[in-house]
Design a protein around this ligand. Structure first.
Ligand SMILES: [Zn+2]
Length: 386
């Protein structure tokens, strides 16, 4: 028997609201807490958990940024002549994304999404490394750097393998007592929620499957470790999208040229603008004021949520939709999806959850980056704290 296992299981999008009224893991993880998430998508929530730092510190925020000087995508511009019936297809985009990821040696998650090839040479992609590996942050350290430094043997999910395979790999490591720390990351619920929404009966079925997997993992742990510190948590929640807004048509009707006067990335819940000429900002701000939904986030609010970037790297103006409103078409997708996250952190469905068998979760664990403080318990006391 080994003394202690620090077991961290992240179920993507298993938000606080989704769990209300469900007995999910009440037996194994009776201590439950609502956590405030971080403003942004999984591209920022997961790195924030893994590093214990905020977006303005680690600079893993949104995926695509306007940065023609550093764009690695120049060669893809040739594809602009292909008919959009081909380049707009999800299957083509997925295949291209895999090809580009290998060509450019990107280590993290990569998807071309719906960025038009006509403009792709103007953009850079900000997650070239994998936050799930040591030295994987854009800035600063993550838990894996500290575990390696402290020589703590650990397991981490390989996101290129199916969930079941990662489940079995971890259980095998536990049976062999090979590790003292595990970070298991299951993404399937997030994908399902995007498709069917948070009130579908399929959600309960999926949670039952996860309950079984967590139980099997914990049983294997208890056979091999005297103490198992279990933490099951999420990075954010999920809101159903019942209202669609076409921002692109409104902005493209302005007497401005994309790439000359302005640049924009339409994420699915926010639009991020860069202004290249003096006349672009007033015209765009005026158009935004006329939008039926959404608002410009003031600097002080972005600062409060630790997502203000002094250099405007991720956009000089951030326009955010209220919960339930989806930007369609966007650079993330041409067609609507049933549910989305990435709304304001205090919108009801945004909150994340923390479920644990550990009674003494300190009061200062209130936001998802604080999960890192719980993970630090696995480090030898001599290891430097971040
Ligand atoms: Zn998602």
């Amino acid at each position: 028997m080994k003394p202690v296992l620090h077991l961290f299981i992240m179920i993507d999008a298993c938000g606080w609201e989704i769990l209300q009224g469900r007995p999910f893991l009440k037996g194994l993880a009776p201590h439950r807490r609502k956590l405030e998430s971080v403003f942004g998508y999984s591209s920022t929530c997961v790195p924030s958990i893994l590093s214990g730092h905020w977006p303005d510190e680690h600079r893993n925020w949104c995926y695509f940024v306007y940065d023609p000087e550093h764009s690695p995508f120049r060669s893809l511009r040739a594809l602009r002549w292909l008919p959009s019936a081909v380049t707009g297809r999800r299957i083509f985009r997925r295949w291209m994304s895999k090809f580009v990821k290998v060509q450019l040696k990107f280590r993290g998650y990569f998807d071309l999404y719906n960025i038009p090839f006509r403009f792709i040479h103007l953009f850079d992609f900000t997650e070239k490394k994998s936050p799930l590996q040591p030295k994987g942050m854009n800035r600063g350290s993550n838990i894996f750097d500290l575990l390696e430094e402290g020589k703590v043997p650990y397991f981490v999910t390989d996101p290129s393998r199916p969930e079941e395979e990662n489940r079995d790999r971890l259980i095998a490591d536990l049976e062999k007592q090979r590790i003292d720390f595990a970070f298991q990351y299951w993404a399937g619920l997030d994908g399902l929620l995007h498709m069917v929404g948070n009130d579908s009966p399929q959600i309960g079925t999926k949670l039952d499957v996860y309950e079984d997997w967590v139980t099997r993992t914990v049983e294997a742990a208890k056979r091999n470790y005297q103490t198992v510190r279990l933490h099951v948590f999420s990075d954010h929640g999920m809101a159903n999208c019942d209202t669609l807004v076409d921002m692109r048509t409104v902005i493209e009707a302005l007497p401005l040229e994309f790439g000359k006067d302005y640049a924009v990335v339409y994420d699915s819940t926010m639009a991020r603008f860069w202004f290249l000429t003096g006349r672009a900002r007033p015209l765009i701000e005026q158009a935004l004021a006329g939008m039926p939904h959404g608002r410009i986030l003031p600097e002080e609010e972005l600062r409060h949520y630790r997502a203000f970037f002094e250099d405007g790297y991720f956009g000089e103006l951030i326009f955010l939709m209220p919960e339930g409103v989806l930007i369609v078409p966007s650079h993330m997708g041409e067609r609507p999806i049933r549910a989305m996250h990435g709304y304001h952190p205090t919108d009801p469905q945004s909150y994340a959850s923390l479920l644990t068998n550990y009674e003494e979760v300190p009061d200062h664990i209130t936001h998802i980056p604080h999960i890192h403080r719980l993970m630090e318990a696995a480090l030898p006391s001599t290891a430097p704290k971040p």
